[in-house]
Design a binder for this molecule. Structure first.
Ligand code: COA
Length: 488
């Protein structure tokens, strides 16, 4: 099918003019209640602007909205998006009704299809969707969350009440940002939302596609290529439905936006689990490595890498080369970054002769410690001050031999004040090469410094390994783009 047509069709999931929630419920502990309430709340906040209808044969009204026994009984001719939260056996009938109301999109939250061997039921739903030209997400999925349009089909309540009576945030919804989350696993997707919200990182859109009887990872990649709010795509997959389609689509996307993939089911045990989770055939891991490489997708090996890379690519430009300069006030952590960078194939070479001369002038004139080490890593030692770190960063940032900087400003030393962050942000504001910050620690000052960096768009990490991993992603993507340009 024409790519542009699919992109248009997928818009019905994120910006529908009308939504029916089938299985909306008054019972607060039911999925259908949470989903319907999300829409009601977002309508009240002025985010969701479409018409909203609860469908439940047992109720007169839910949360102040008149309830209808079925989609067919709605007093309108068309319903753009249908969210289905009823047991699997009822889904075909609901889809038939949606077909009669000319629905364009359906999100099937219900489990109980091919993932438990119920292929016939799944095929029946697929057939009805195809006949009715209804695009489907799911079944066995969470659907979508869009912080701007207010479409939120996540059945995970935002807050929960502890046994003590205290209300706590349970599944936060991240603010608006540049990262799109595309996930086959709903549970992993929700964990991702919690993680990102906790780290004050925003998302453009979230989509969970489960058993993908219709729309798959390639269709969604294609959609996010065209989505103006998305700058980086983070994708969790257990398998790819069509290898060729995926590689071709991903190639188109990665020349414009970076894609990071977390592919699970690497081992025999993992592959078996994927089969019963989303009915996925995980396939040979080496084949995936080769496909990702060919398509310019950056593969994260674990959750930590996934988010570290995503954060870096959403904030900083890709690196033009692989020569990384480490500026530090702490010898040990500086070596740790150097080790990790080199293990990942990056280079830790000296800066240019000209740059070195400028640093020597600083050292000889006492503007940085006499005992500072000027080889890479540049170690300003525990006698560092904000002024020293800023002066050195200025020289290194403009050094032609340097492709990226990892800056370790461990806040514990007496002479370093948090004002250095403002100065680094100013020096690097041209975004001509990437900079990554690292401050180790989990208490107030470390959290404050890292969040201050990120407010300026400089990703900050709590460990040398995480910082190196982030820089690796920027170099990997930069090298991929360079190679593409060379082949033109
Ligand atoms: N049309 C409209 N409403 C219907 C209906 C139909 N055809 N059939 C049932 N309903 C109503 C029910 O009466 C009920 O409303 P009530 O609370 O007022 O009684 C509501 O819809 C829900 O039906 P119920 O039978 O109570 O199901 P449930 O809420 O316990 O579970 C699912 C429904 C979809 C959540 C459940 O079947 C399921 O699949 N759970 C797993 C979901 C999951 O994990 N998905 C993957 C995420 S990654």
């Amino acid at each position: 099918m024409n790519d542009n047509r699919i992109v248009e069709q997928i818009k019905s999931f994120f910006e529908p003019s009308s939504v029916a929630v089938v299985g909306a419920s008054k019972h607060v502990d039911k999925a259908g209640h949470v989903i319907f309430k999300n829409f009601v709340e977002n309508k009240r906040l002025g985010l969701f602007k479409g018409d909203l209808y609860p469908i439940n044969p047992r109720e007169e009204s839910i949360l102040g909205y008149k309830c209808f026994p079925s989609i067919k009984s709605l007093p309108v001719n068309e319903i753009e998006l249908v969210v289905i939260v009823v047991p699997a056996a009822f889904v075909p009938q609901v889809m038939q009704d949606a077909k009669e109301k000319c629905s364009k999109a359906a999100i099937i939250i219900s489990s109980g299809f091919s993932e438990v061997g119920n292929r016939e039921l799944e095929n029946e739903v697929r057939r009805i969707a195809f006949e009715g030209n209804i695009r489907v997400l799911g079944p066995n999925c969470l659907g979508v969350y869009d912080p701007v349009s207010g479409v939120d089909t996540l059945f995970l309540p935002i807050t929960k009440t502890l046994i003590s009576g205290e209300e706590v945030i349970a599944t936060p919804r991240p603010k608006e940002g540049k990262i799109a989350i595309v996930t086959q696993s709903g549970a992993f997707g929700v964990a991702a939302l919690d993680y990102l919200a906790g780290r004050q990182l925003g998302i453009s859109k979230f989509v969970s596609f489960g058993n993908r009887i219709d729309l798959d990872e390639s269709d969604l990649l294609n959609y996010f290529l065209h989505d103006k709010r998305t700058e980086v795509i983070l994708m969790y997959i257990e398998s790819v439905r069509s290898g060729n389609k995926f590689i071709e689509t991903a190639k188109n996307v990665t020349r414009i936006k970076p894609v990071i993939a977390l592919k699970t089911g690497k081992t025999k045990a993992g592959a078996k689990a994927a089969l019963s989770h989303t009915a996925s055939i995980a396939g040979l891991d080496e084949v995936y490595n080769a496909a990702f490489f060919q398509a310019g997708i950056i593969r994260a090996q674990n959750m930590n890498e996934f988010f570290n890379m995503g954060k870096a690519l959403s904030m900083q430009p890709p690196a033009r080369g692989k020569n990384i300069c480490i500026i530090t006030d702490a010898g040990g952590p500086g070596i740790m970054v150097a080790d990790e960078c080199e293990l990942k194939g990056l280079k830790i070479e000296s800066i240019s002769e000209d740059g070195l001369r400028k640093l020597e002038v600083l050292r000889e004139s006492g503007q940085i410690p006499k005992f500072a080490s000027l080889s890479n890593p540049i170690d300003l030692t525990g006698s560092v001050t904000s002024d020293m770190i800023a002066k050195v960063t200025e020289i290194v940032y403009h050094d032609k031999k340097v492709d990226g900087i990892v800056l370790l400003g461990l806040h514990h030393v007496p002479g370093l004040q948090e004002d250095y962050v403002d100065r680094i942000a100013l020096i690097t504001s041209s975004r001509e090469k990437p900079i990554i910050a690292c401050d180790i620690g989990e208490t107030e000052m470390a959290l404050y410094v890292r969040s201050k960096f990120e407010k300026f768009g400089i990703p900050a990490y709590a460990s040398p390994e995480d910082a190196a991993c982030a820089m690796y992603a920027l170099c990997y993507y930069g090298e991929y783009l360079n190679n593409l340009n060379r082949c033109k």
